[in-house]
Design a protein around this ligand. Structure first.
Ligand code: HEM
Length: 509
């Protein structure tokens, strides 16, 4: 018995040493010269991250401020490196090979499974092609009526605050964005703006929060412990609600399309653009309809894949725009001169008319676009995202990132580097005038990421944001909040403020 026990201990030690020598030792050696904070034995820098999202964000900012554009941390045996220099970022983000997501993304998998955001390899590539097709300009124009309709509902809700005191605009944009993405992604109206108590909204919100809470509480990392915890049980309940809805919608939309197809005696589901006319779909198209009909190398997306992609679009497509819209309104409220310039542009486009905007109008909103870009420079909706390196990556300057490193990108700090953006704290949309952008490094501005895993919803988001901001400014003047108010930034999937994002409103005429 004793011999067996001793043999087992010896085997464990042997396996541990082999693992260390083969995997960990080369990693330690290659990472030895990377700048970073002092580490403790075994746990490394794990205790420095804090246990909440605000502390995490502050720590990430501090890492770059203190240790510069390459900042190394160890979380136990996991190596993390924050990059905040465009030339280093390009090497990783620009690579067609380094496309795997960092380990933290696995906490999104219970909901998103193998959807675009979390997926990798051949299926990611195949899905990206299919989905990118669904996001082309012609298709996006078809969503304008959805934006306009939901914008009108938003403006009606905001009436309650006209001539009132400061109010937090974030929750209003959040419901607007959720209604818009739900209708665009699935073709379903959930009317959260009109119905404040929505099980659906609560579930989306709770899931976003749960992913982050889990990520920053290491005892919740093992699936077995998480699933038994109250948070794990809550997450399961929320996923059931959301997937129940998307499953149902997929079934109904598919049946509907098949019915339309067979009634025109063409039992085929073809590539969407040609097919939209064929199958006589005159009603509003949703991304889902396009994905159902999309063919790639003779292959359709299965029901499971459709659901994962729709769920991903739902997640990626509402909090991000909410954050950007809220910070844009706050910045415009605090900078009346810039707000007036946007208004002049809108007056040139619309004159005295109160007609709804068209696709052409959005193309003419050049200054508005620069305002949105400058907002995302100062307050990038996704202030941190990451990749897992599958091979050693030489950065130059004597630095190597070993295979297995989790690389983090920190647009918030990158965008505040005076080398790329002089006087970086100043809100100055003119930075994005074509003549002022000449010579700027293509990877120094990355609110939508860059390279092969660039955001798929970038154009969708830009149109949606132009729609709602232009309507808001045509109707209301945004007034600055109490000067004593201070933002208290945190990240829960996206950049938010714990003290809210307040503005005041007054009618224009
Ligand atoms: C202001 C709005 C938005 C911002 C700032 C933004 C930003 C980003 C960023 C930084 C990423 C890369 C994340 C990573 O590498 O982990 C990303 C990916 C993605 N975004 Fe967006 N996004 C926005 C809106 C949207 C919208 C409206 C949609 C859908 C309608 C969308 C769909 C996606 C998808 C599917 C991906 C995954 C792409 C891939 O991994 O290949 N995004 N977005």
């Amino acid at each position: 018995m004793l011999t067996a026990l001793l043999s087992l201990v010896a085997l464990c030690i042997f396996l541990g040493v082999t693992y260390y020598n083969k995997k960990m030792k080369p990693m330690f050696e290659k990472a030895a010269n990377l700048p970073g904070p002092k580490t403790l034995p075994i746990i490394g820098n794990a205790l420095q991250f804090g246990t909440n999202t605000k502390a995490f964000l502050d720590y990430i900012f501090w890492l770059t401020k203190e240790h510069g554009p390459i900042a190394r941390v160890w979380i136990g045996p996991v190596l993390g490196v924050m990059l905040a220099d465009a030339k280093y970022i390009e090497i990783v983000l620009g690579s067609n090979k380094l496309v795997d997501k960092a380990v933290l993304y696995k906490f999104g998998e219970p909901w998103l499974a193998q959807g675009m955001l979390t997926n990798k390899g051949a299926t990611w590539k195949k899905h990206k092609k299919i989905i990118a097709n669904a996001f082309n300009v012609k298709v996006l124009d078809k969503f304008i009526s959805i934006y306009n309709e939901n914008t009108n509902t938003l403006l009606n809700k905001l009436e309650a605050h006209v001539d009132g005191s400061d109010f937090d605009i974030y929750p209003y944009f959040n419901l607007f964005a959720l209604d818009t993405i739900c209708e665009s992604a699935m073709g379903v109206k959930i009317n959260t703006q009109k119905n404040d108590n929505s099980e659906y909204v609560d579930a989306v919100q709770l899931l976003g929060d749960a992913m982050f809470i889990r990520a920053f509480n290491p005892w919740l990392h093992p699936d077995i412990l998480f699933n038994l915890s109250p948070l794990g049980r809550l997450q399961k309940k929320c996923i059931k609600i959301l997937q129940g809805i998307s499953k149902n919608v997929i079934k109904t939309r598919k049946e509907h399309l098949i019915h339309l197809n067979s009634s025109s005696c063409k039992p085929k589901l073809q590539h969407h653009e040609d097919n939209m006319q064929d199958i006589g779909v005159k009603e509003k198209q949703a991304f889902l309809d396009l994905l159902i009909q999309a063919v790639h190398d003779g292959d359709y997306l299965s029901d499971q894949e459709l659901q994962e992609e729709v769920d991903t679009i739902m997640l990626a497509g509402h909090d991000t725009t909410t954050s950007a819209l809220s910070f844009a309104s706050w910045l415009l409220a605090k900078h009346p001169d810039i707000q007036n310039k946007v208004l002049s542009e809108l007056e040139e486009i619309f004159g005295d008319s109160d007609r709804a905007p068209t696709s052409r109008d959005f193309q003419e909103m050049k200054y508005m676009e620069m305002v949105i870009k400058e907002t995302l420079r100062l307050y990038p909706s996704v202030p941190i995202y990451g990749r897992l390196l599958t091979e050693d990556v030489p950065l130059g300057d004597g630095y190597i990132l070993p295979a297995g490193t989790n690389v983090g990108f920190n647009p918030y700090m990158l965008h505040r580097n005076p080398e790329y953006f002089p006087d970086p704290e100043k809100f100055d949309p003119d930075r994005f005038l074509p003549e002022n952008s000449i010579g700027r490094h293509p990877y120094c501005y990355i609110p939508f990421s860059a390279g092969p895993r660039v955001c798929l919803g970038m154009r969708f988001a830009m149109l949606e944001m132009k729609c709602v901001l232009s309507a808001l400014l045509r109707k209301y003047e945004l007034l600055p909040p109490n000067p004593n108010h201070k933002l208290d930034l945190t990240v829960v999937l996206v950049l938010k403020s714990l003290t809210g994002i307040p503005v005041r409103l007054r009618h224009r005429r």
